[in-house]
Every structure is written in C-alpha cells, then in structure tokens.
Design a protein around this ligand. Structure first.
Ligand code: MN
Ligand code: MN
Length: 461
C-alpha cells in the first residue's frame, strides 16, 4: 500500500539491467551522430528524409491511395517534414501525432554581412531564438547554409565541421580591460550588434579600399561562385563547430548543440520508423520556426500540416469531403515533444524543487507551459494527462512531471498551443535539459531513450 500511496522520484539508472543499459548506449551513439549531421533545420530535414526513405517511407506526392500499413512523408520547403504510418482504424478516428521542432537558437548572417574594420574582416550576425549572448563568444563556430543565386542555383555551404576546415569565432574583451563591462547588466554589456564574427585578415594588394574584405570576397567567389549581392538571397547560420560528446566520468549524459529540440525530433522520428502496425494513424511532425514563435509557412502556425493531413484523409477515404478532415482533427491526439529545463543545483533559486524535472528521471509530462498566470499556455485536460500516464506506465516508460521554473520567474511556450487550436488534445512531453538554449546543452541518456520509448508507445496506442 505505502509503495503506491506516495509519488517517488527515481534516477532511471538506479538498478538498471545490463540489457537496457546497452540499448540506451547504442541508441545514444546514433543520436549523437544525428546531432552532428543535422545542425540546421534544413540539414536535419534532409537527414530525416534519408532515414525515412531507408525505412521504406515514400513521398506522398504521386500516391493515389493509402491503406493500413502504408508509410508516407511530405517535406515543407526543405525545412519541415511530416511522416505518417497509416493505421488500421478509419482516418476519421483521428491520428496520434508526436510533434517536435528542428530549428535551434543560433546566429544567422545578416543579408549584407561582410565588412572590414581596422584591418579585420567580419560577418555581421542577427541572433535567432532566445540566446544569452555572452555564451556565443570565444567558442568555435561553423558556417552552415545555402546561398541561392538569381537563376535559382542553390549552393550548399558547410565550413568548420571538418578537422581541416577553418572555424569562425567572436572575440570577447580581455579581462584586463573589462572592468566597466563587468559592472554592467548582462543585457547591456553584450550588445547584439557586437556579435560580429571574425572572417579574415589578409589584405588583397590590388584592391583600392577595404583590401581585407575584398580578399575574403574574392576567396568566397572563387570557391563558391558567389558575389556579395548573393548573400541577400542566402540562409547562412553560425552554429557551434564542436561535436556532441558523452558527458561525465560515467558517460550518463550527452553535451552538444541543438538538443532543443532535435532530441525530441530524433526520438520521434525513430519512433515512427519503428511504429510498425499502429491502430490509429501515427504521425511524426517535425516543424521549423518554434524558437521564434512558430510563425511563417514552415512553422506550426502554418496551414501546411492541415493541408497534408487533408491529402492523407482524401487518399485514405474514397468518399472524402472536408468533414473527414475536421472529424479526423477533432479525434486526434498529440504529444508536443519539446524539451524542458531540468533542475540545476547551481541555480536552485529559479526552480521549485517539487515540480521541477530532473536529469535522467525520465520523460517529462508538462501539463501546461506559459509564463506567470499560465499566459500563452495550452493546458492539457486531466483526462488526457491520465490517458498518457497510463500508456507510459503500461509500456515501462519512466516519466516525471516538470514545470519550467518558479511561477513568476519566467516561462516559455511550445508548439502545443497551435496544435491545440486545431481542436486536438495536446500535452507537452519531452526531455529535460541542463543549459537549455546554450551552445552546449546537456541531456541525460536515460531520458533520451525514454523519449523514444514513450513516443513509440503513444504512436502504437
Ligand atoms: Mn524547444
Ligand atoms: Mn527552445
């Protein structure tokens, strides 16, 4: 009786059997590789398509009908992907969605980035998502992205990932001269317009002015066939140049860039690949632009998901009309798969111990997100929380509850509210992180595996 009466927390590694421990380690090796391969939304999207195709998923374009067991995917503008495994139930019974985002905080290049000052060439950046600017100084950065020329030719660029590549960095002030800045507020000491990335230093003799800038532009043009104007039609992102690594003597965690939210995206992707015969149609939805409010045609607020779901409905149901889509949405359920802030013993003052999530204590179920009085939150119903809890417990998925910090300290949102607006039952459910939104976030290996297991159980339910 006393065993079940009180809720008790548990580190998932406590008393773990060797077989599960090995499964976790193997899965996490593959996950670390995925983090290194997919450092931008575009890269993560192409990698996902590759994994889906290897697993027998087909592009929905060109399909004429769909029936139970069929596996399809659709790509949205190269930055977002949605995959389906058609279930045994009629599509009007609804679908089980696991939705994550594949964009991460980073530094984007401005449309006109290259300039020279005092003999050094720099690239001007515009940060994307919520960052603490000082964390991006003095770390090795790699440049990833695409330049699209006037004629539509796309040139993919990755510089800084190969050991022999150069890297980029933003230099911080030496402590000897920083006394004025040390006394300032962080928000004032680190100005976004000072996030200028060092790009080179050799002057080009024959140029009349800005000899270093000219030299850099000449190198870029020789290597990629790109002019300065072409930068205006580019999407170039600076991301940490290092790889994901095991963390700690016991290798119980992974430190790396982009766990938010590729840890949920990757586990959701693996879950749908392994969701072999679901009752209801299983959906893995990987969207872009969550870090800037889910805006735009590749974000969760776009009609793209509804459009593709309408197509799936029409291919599943020969007597399709719009009511089929509406009924499908009304009966659908979703895990908004996104990371949460884990309790950090170095900063206990911003957390509330009882309701915080802890590293390696399992998948977090977050009933509501939002800030202060739950503003901007989708609050999952008690009924839906109970249903998900039951699925996890039936399938040996260790889960925990998790609120993001003390009530009046801050807060955040996810895609949950936008999915909920489609008349879908939604709960936030993801992996706890330390150092969230930093260039080197920390996830627990046990939690990574529980995410995969939990998402798969939900998809198969
Ligand atoms: Mn996120
Ligand atoms: Mn985030």
């Amino acid at each position: 009786m006393s065993e079940n009466l009180l809720y008790e927390r548990k580190n998932g590694f406590l008393g773990i059997d060797e077989k599960l421990k090995n499964k976790i380690d193997d899965f996490c090796e593959e996950y670390k590789n995925a983090l290194d391969m997919g450092k931008t939304e575009r890269e993560f999207c192409s990698m996902s398509v590759q994994l889906l195709e290897n697993a027998g998923f087909k592009n929905i374009e060109g399909m004429t009908t769909l029936s139970a067991g069929d596996k399809v995917f659709a790509v949205n503008r190269g930055k977002s992907v949605v995959a389906f495994v058609i279930g045994k139930h009629p599509i009007t019974d609804g679908v089980n969605i696991v939705g994550a985002h594949i964009d991460s905080p980073r530094l984007d290049l401005k449309p006109w980035p290259l300039f020279e000052d005092s003999g050094i060439a720099f690239l001007k950046t515009h940060y994307y998502g919520g960052i603490r600017k000082y964390q991006w100084y003095n770390i090795p950065l790699a440049l990833h992205g695409v330049v699209v020329k006037k004629d539509g030719t796309a040139i993919n660029i990755v510089i800084g990932e190969d050991e022999n590549d150069p890297i980029f960095c933003i230099s911080d002030l030496l402590p000897h001269l920083a006394s004025k800045y040390s006394a300032q507020k962080l928000s004032e000491a680190f100005d976004a317009e000072k996030l200028n990335v060092i790009a080179g230093n050799i002057p080009f003799d024959d140029a009349d002015k800005e000899k270093v800038k000219y030299g850099i532009m000449k190198l870029i043009s020789e290597k990629y066939g790109v002019t300065e104007t072409d930068f205006m039609s580019s999407e170039l992102e600076l991301v940490p140049a290092f790889k994901a690594r095991d963390l700690g003597f016991d290798r119980s965690m992974i430190a790396g860039y982009g766990h938010d939210d590729r840890v949920c995206a990757y586990t959701a992707l693996r879950a749908i690949i392994d969701a072999t015969a679901p009752q209801k149609t299983a959906v893995c939805l990987l969207v872009d632009k969550e870090e800037v409010g889910s805006m735009g045609n590749t974000g969760m607020q776009s009609r793209h998901f509804e459009n593709i779901l309408a197509k799936v409905c029409s291919l599943c149901d020969a007597s399709y009309n719009e009511l089929v889509l509406r009924e499908c949405l009304s009966n659908s359920e979703c895990l908004s798969a996104d990371v949460g802030g884990a309790f950090d013993p170095n900063f206990p003052e911003v957390f509330e111990k009882n309701n915080s999530a802890y590293i390696n204590q399992g998948l977090i179920l977050t009933k509501y997100t939002g800030a202060r009085g739950k503003s901007g939150s989708s609050d999952a119903s008690a009924e839906f929380v109970a249903k998900i809890r039951n699925i996890f417990e039936e399938n040996d998925v260790l889960w925990q509850t998790g609120e993001l910090g003390r009530v009046d300290i801050g807060g955040g949102g996810t895609i949950a509210q936008f999915v909920a607006n489609l008349d879908v039952d939604v709960i936030d459910c993801g992996v706890p992180l330390l150092g969230m939104h930093s260039p080197n976030e920390v996830a627990g290996k046990f939690d990574v595996y529980m995410a995969y297991k939990g998402y798969k159980a939900f998809m198969n339910s």
